[in-house]
Design a protein around this ligand. Sequence first.
Ligand SMILES: [Zn+2]
Length: 245
Amino acid sequence: MGAGAKRAEGRVLLDELSAEPARFLVARHVKRNMKRLYGVVRRVPGRPRMTVSRCEWAGDNPLLRRYHDVEWGRPEYDDRRLYEFLVLEGAQAGLSWLTILKKREGYRRAFDGFDPRKVARYGAGDVRRLLADGGLVRNRLKIASAIRHGKAVRDVHDEFGSFDKYVWRFVGGSPRGNRWKRLSQIPAKTSESDAMSSDLRRRGFSFVGSTICYAFMQAVGMVNDHVVTCFRHDRVRRPASSRRR
Ligand SMILES: [Zn+2]
């Protein structure tokens, strides 16, 4: 059978499988094989998605769930994105992560897309602007910290070639793969986050306690803290050769 015929047959079978929601669990297994055999997997518009198991904290909130499903724990090597996460994790202190996610676009707008060189040049006028911005957590210390991060990220970049190279040193350059069965097993900090915290402080960063550093490491995929039953646990792993440089 030619590849085209195989694909056509695949589509027909998939349509049949998707027509009956009660078969979704079986369909998931079959679809995986179908993808291998036919190179096609279709999602039928209007049909409910297949049930997947995910980390409990991702809950029912669509924003939180999307963040969990797409970003959290995915190895991140982009300097601006790493800087953004450091600011957001610091801003979260005392608030819920959902509150921060809702303000994320506001942060990107207000902080020039987290361009550290631009933020490093912020003056008193910018501080006033940021403190008056309802899209941010308007805490004087947190705002000052986010600006200081800009200067410090720029300095780290100049010393190490990139902020990415610097932060990934704390886990030896590649993600730490964990195999937690339950959320309760996941630590709030580790000796690696302790080391990162001390080094960041030494370089002038603030709001970078060890627990904030660990939350950062989880978010940017330096550690894989999806529980083993979560569908993302195996997906966030990527070969080191796929690093963006
Ligand atoms: Zn997960």
